[in-house]
Design a protein around this ligand. Sequence first.
Ligand SMILES: [Zn+2]
Ligand SMILES: [Zn+2]
Length: 202
Amino acid sequence: MAIPQDLPGAAVAYAAAGIRVFRVRPDKAPFANCSRCRPPAEQRPNPFYIPHRPEGCRCTARTCHGFHAATTDVDLVRRWWAEQPDANIGAPCALNGWAVLDIDPRHGGDQSLAVLEQRVGVLPGTVMQITGGDGLHIVYRTPGVSLPGTLGPGLDVKHNGYILLAPSVHGSGGRYRWSGPGRFVQPEAAWPAVLTPQRRAA
Ligand SMILES: [Zn+2]
Ligand SMILES: [Zn+2]
């Protein structure tokens, strides 16, 4: 699918395509939870707080708990970005069916990928996104099991976490974009089995 170049339009396009998104501030500071979901700080007792886990939240504010608020509700997404038109577009990985290799060349990620591919062979081609910081996201379908958080320096696995989607703006000022003609397609390639931790024989 073609991705609109404005953040509000793109966010709506992703949601309409069934991709769960949530707002991320340009400085990555989280949007405030509602009072029922805001744990009491020491200086600021909060009598409304109801202890609960983010994934079990039943509150109706639907901005709380970072990526746990991610939604495909187009009307809600439209309201979120009307409120904050420069919000970046976050997408939780596993919840969207993705497992993502995150290569950060500033921390040696390209070197780590080369070392990894020497060991396990060249990784299957799939959907890729160029991050605004000259990094790379290699997007596979999730294997549905837990994955290690990192495979080497500058080579992280985004699975339980989230990634930003094009045209989000990186801290360095560059914009995220999908590789090739810049269109987004759902990944068809499965997460490489060689990168899935094997269960040890008892
Ligand atoms: Zn809440
Ligand atoms: Zn909550």
